[in-house]
Design a protein around this ligand. Structure first.
Ligand SMILES: NC(=O)C1=CN([C@@H]2O[C@H](COP(=O)(O)OP(=O)(O)OC[C@H]3O[C@@H](n4cnc5c(N)ncnc54)[C@H](OP(=O)(O)O)[C@@H]3O)[C@@H](O)[C@H]2O)[C@@H](O)CC1
Ligand SMILES: [K+]
Length: 552
């Protein structure tokens, strides 16, 4: 997993390097500027063949300082560079000021406003070095107008201009992935309100990517993200083992990368999953019970059950009300089926060998659902097992506690995972819901929710965030080449719940958060493998091929 560094962590690492004498601030800025130029030429090799034209937009801090280095390096390659500055050079930080002076000794520093920028000739490359990790408030009006998505239309064939952001598209908050919206920017038309931000083709960041590249608007705005090495070392390196739970101080990105290097996906899968390479009988790989709804309401539970079985659980049983037995029996083969009468306790049907419960999809928002959830959460490890059964709560199992979430949280435990979408999340944590976040990052609110609930929370989305009560957090994003728009389909969440239950119930030695990370990744891989036309029934059926392609 790649570790995503907050602005504060990035600053601390930079300061440590400077204070230890490993590098000066100027060294780092020079390496950052050179890293951007190298990344641009690597992305578009044709640009290296002969000199081109660039516009470089610089801001008042060190992001702007990087911009001055980039402008100087391009100039040295024979490029024609127009440089625009927002801010007062006299107030720039020392290193940025130094690079300003190097540029200004030979070439003009132009004003950064739409009239000045867009009357110049069309550039081949556009470099945005206005604000980076130091963005502290909404982007001022004159800058917002230049960065507006439509502004470039002032040039002919503006779509052919290569747009590059230094650290981030200016205005994007690198901790949250959000854009401050209460800008004082008047639109060119004079209307109040925020201009729409330009998306770039390439974002070049330093040392390590930041959460804002992956959360919320980040993936929409950043194009491709490249992190370049500027010679910083991290004193808190990644955890020793790939399946270790994340460092509570850090956020990690779910991908087959470990300690900065891409690894064979199968190494990751084998470290998290119980089944590959092990001999055993079906009870060695767990028994998952999936609760289905009443007559006509069983599809969601069946989808989850199929996903649990395909991920490797030894046995999967669907539990349903007696009236729905025939409906389910007509549709299930390898999956077992039991009726659970209204007044019968869970213990009557679930023996000590059950290692996982998947609850919620199609169950109905009812007192009976609440009761069953409470019973499942009260179950403890059987004599043959080290750990309590995993309890995956999704959909109606969550909404059944909307009136009184506080009655759920004393019962949830370390082997519980709640898998809400935004609506369900808001029902359980009204003050943390998307309408109440007010600039707090999705990671922060999911961490807070996990702490409150005392269990793992997985908040679904294009950017899925998973957190444990200790503060460990992961982000998985279906973007940057892993887009999965066909996953926005009814039942996809039920399948994910089943995948998590299936993987966790197999008695894998990895912790539940690691299991959830892998399940989210596999879920997206299944959707991508199937592609257009995907419906939820297709997802579990992709697993065998996905496992095979990932090297199992
Ligand atoms: N850390 C590292 O390891 C390395 C960092 N490097 C680079 O440094 C960048 C961080 O530099 P930075 O800290 O100077 O912040 P930056 O983004 O330039 O902005 C601060 C300035 O903008 C101003 N300002 C902010 N918002 C504003 C607004 N809305 N409207 C108006 N003004 C606003 C703010 O003013 P203030 O808030 O202080 O009033 C201040 O003047 C980082 O992104 C990377 O590119 C690399 O060189 C190498 C290694
Ligand atoms: K920038």
């Amino acid at each position: 997993m790649t570790e995503l560094l907050s602005s504060a962590q990035m600053r601390a690492i930079e300061q440590e390097a400077i204070q230890s004498g490993a590098a000066t601030g100027l060294d780092l800025m020079e390496r950052a500027g050179k890293g951007v130029v190298d990344a641009v030429l690597a992305a578009w090799p044709a640009l290296a063949a002969d000199p081109h034209r660039a516009v470089v937009l610089c801001g008042p801090g060190n992001n702007g300082g990087d911009g001055f280095v980039i402008a100087r390096l391009l100039r040295a390659m024979g490029w024609t560079v127009r440089l625009h500055l927002f801010g007062d050079p006299a107030r720039m930080p020392e290193d940025a000021r130094h690079n300003h002076d190097l540029w200004a000794a030979e070439d003009p520093v132009l004003a950064l406003d739409a009239a000045t920028v867009f009357t110049g000739p069309r550039p081949d490359v556009w470099i945005d070095a206005v604000f980076g990790i130091g963005l502290s408030r909404p982007v001022p009006g004159e800058v917002a107008q230049v960065l507006d998505a439509d502004a470039m239309a002032a040039w002919e064939q503006s779509h052919g201009i290569r747009r590059v952001a230094v650290d981030c598209p200016s205005g994007l908050n690198l901790d949250t992935g959000m854009i401050a919206s209460d800008t004082d920017a008047p639109e060119p038309s004079g209307k109040a309100g925020r201009a729409t931000m330009n998306t770039v083709d390439l974002t070049v960041t330093f040392h390590s990517p930041k959460p804002g590249h992956y959360l919320a608007k980040g993936p929409i705005l950043c194009g491709e993200v490249r992190a370049v090495d500027i010679g910083l070392s991290d004193t808190a390196p990644e955890r020793r083992s790939i399946m270790e739970e994340p460092d509570p101080e850090r956020i990690r990105l779910v991908e087959p990368v470990f300690r900065g290097r891409a690894i064979e996906p199968r190494t990751w899968l084998k470290s998290v999953m119980a089944k590959p390479g092990k001999a055993g009988h079906k009870f060695d790989f767990g028994h998952v019970m999936v609760f289905a709804g009443g007559v006509g309401q069983g599809g969601a539970g069946r989808l989850a059950a199929r996903a649990a079985l395909r991920t490797g659980a030894g046995l999967v049983t669907v539990l349903c009300p007696p009236a729905a037995l025939i409906e389910n029996a007509c549709q299930l083969d390898a999956i077992m089926l039991r009726a659970l009468k209204e007044d019968v306790p869970l213990d009557d049907v679930a023996d000590a060998r059950v290692t996982g419960f998947c609850m919620g999809p199609g169950m109905g928002v009812t007192p009976r659902t609440r009761k069953l959830v409470q019973e499942a959460l009260a179950r403890r490890a059987g004599p043959r097992h080290r750990r309590d059964p995993v309890v995956v709560l999704d959909a109606d199992a969550l909404s059944s506690f909307a009136e009184d979430p506080a009655s759920l949280f004393p019962r949830t435990h370390a082997r519980t995972i709640l898998t809400p979408h935004e609506g369900e999340f808001e029902r359980l944590f009204p003050d943390l819901g998307s309408s109440q976040r007010q600039g707090r990052s999705k990671v922060d609110v999911v961490r807070e929710a996990a702490r409150r609930a005392g269990c793992i929370i997985l908040l679904k989305g294009v950017d899925t965030v998973i957190a444990n009560p200790e503060g460990g957090a992961s982000v998985h994003v279906a973007a940057y080449g892993r887009e999965a728009p066909w996953l926005a389909t009814a039942g996809a969440g039920d399948v994910l719940a089943g995948m998590i239950a299936g993987l966790a119930a197999t008695q894998a030695s990895a912790g539940l958060l690691s299991v959830a990370e892998l399940a989210v990744y596999l879920h997206v891989e299944c959707a991508r493998r199937f592609g257009p036309g995907l419906i939820s029934e297709d997802l579990p059926e992709q697993l065998p091929q996905v496992f095979c392609e990932l090297g199992l």
